[in-house]
Design a protein around this ligand. Sequence first.
Ligand code: ATP
Length: 197
Amino acid sequence: MNIGIFGGAFNPVHNGHIALAKHYIRSLDLDKLILIPTAVPPHKSGDDLVDGAHRVAMLRLATADIDCCQVSTIELERKGKSYSYDTICQLKKVYPTDKIFMIIGSDQYFYFQNWYRADDILDMVTVVTAAREDNEYADLIEYRALQPNMKNSIVSNFDVLQVSSTQIRKRIAAGESIENLVPRSVNEYIKEHGLYV
Ligand code: ATP
């Protein structure tokens, strides 16, 4: 099986995440895509992080109509800092012979060498990324050429949506609409639970 893993704070999940997920399900011919919300993200302050149960619920709503998607609570259950290395080791035990692709945004790709046990991760999975900003594709290709350990990673030329969870949280706090930035079911959930106000 081809398995994709896509981790993040998902605070909240937005249309950019969903577009990326759908793109890679198609282009990598994934049989399964596992979305993994972090407990405490290693590279972020986490101050305004809503409860994991809310982030899981929003992810489930956002991916309800995408057959091969599954939301995993593996990092929420482990608690503490969520290191992808630990998650991948756990998943490798469940899927020892499958090909695992790890999807990350370009911001994380440029930061990847700072990740805990980056080399070991690159031995276990194929890292895939796409530009988050206009014209970033060339920068990603150039960056990969300078990183010998990332030569097998996949950089795709795909126009991602320029939306971030930070932007969504700011808009909600300012009383602005997020209608076109998140799936409708997620927008309703946020309103119903009074998140990010
Ligand atoms: P925040 O604004 O709170 O930092 P975020 O929008 O970057 O959040 P995360 O949950 O941290 O969202 O993202 C999870 C993963 O998805 C990261 O690898 C990130 O780079 C990637 N990602 C986030 N938004 C997009 C987007 N619009 N297009 C492509 N990748 C994205």
